[in-house]
Design a protein around this ligand. Sequence first.
Ligand code: F6P
Length: 328
Amino acid sequence: MAEHKIKKIGVFTSGGDAPGMNAALRAVVRTANYFGIECYGIREGYNGLITGNVTKMGPRSVSNIINLGGTILKSARSEEFRTPEGRKKAYEQCKINEIEALVCIGGDGTFTGAKIFNEEYGVQTMGIPGTIDNDIFGTDTTIGYDTALNTAMEAIDKIRDTATSHNRIFFVEVMGRDAGFIALNSGIATGALDILIPEQNDSMEELFETFDKAGKRGKNSSIVVVAEGEKLANVYDLAKQTKERYPNYDIRIAILGHIQRGGSPSCADRVLASRLGYGAVLGLMEGKTNVMAGMRSNELVFTPIEEAIKKHNTINKDLLQISEILAL
Ligand code: F6P
């Protein structure tokens, strides 16, 4: 490994929080300290960088957080950092605090900010993908996705109990602003009748065909999992149109919402966060910049931030087919 020259780094969490962000922070702080690099925690994402809300973190300041959901540094979606004035203030704070490099834990909004900041001011930046949506290219999964998926699965299992008892149809909305990873995988895991995701073109007619087939096979309760970003319609409209077509159906809606963002991170998320936090510091020590640390086929890889934001992990078409075959 090349000898590192960095003396001080900053680390922050930004955008929507995700279970495992604390585990990533712990890994960054402890790895930096292990290699003799001072580490500063920046509170409330880019807002804390702008105002200089920073605190020195040693190995003990991240004790007992590996199992905690949320982020002890807090998070924000900073409007001010989107402006050149905001970024200028942030750069001034980097100089005042002698922060040479930043570890940015978050999703695409966080990375867009990091990329612009690096290009404008040359501050060394390293991304760690933390978002439940799993919509970042350059890593097989993002920190928080596995936990959120399991939370969604457990919630839908509970909905199934009541759906079956009352012979009801449930439209369940899961999170995923532009991505259907949570919907597709939680839908398969819970035996959903249909799964609607933004990555495929859905139609009401296809959905009705599925209901018809289910009816012919004697199914009298069903769950349709809908990604928040579904293009066809939201759960309210889907339920309304379905009721118009099948007046006898007893239909209910459940929106799982922010419950999916909370909770203690799963084992997979803690391990992923630990590996990426460690890898991010090593990457900075090797002089890498404007890249994101990710895990692909169990290997640490670095992807230019630009690619991580612009490209997308594709939805596995087999999963769609599997869901169709197994649901009926
Ligand atoms: O990006 C993560 C995410 O949870 C999305 O799934 C969701 O659309 C969005 O954040 C919600 O954001 P907020 O917490 O600001 O309402």
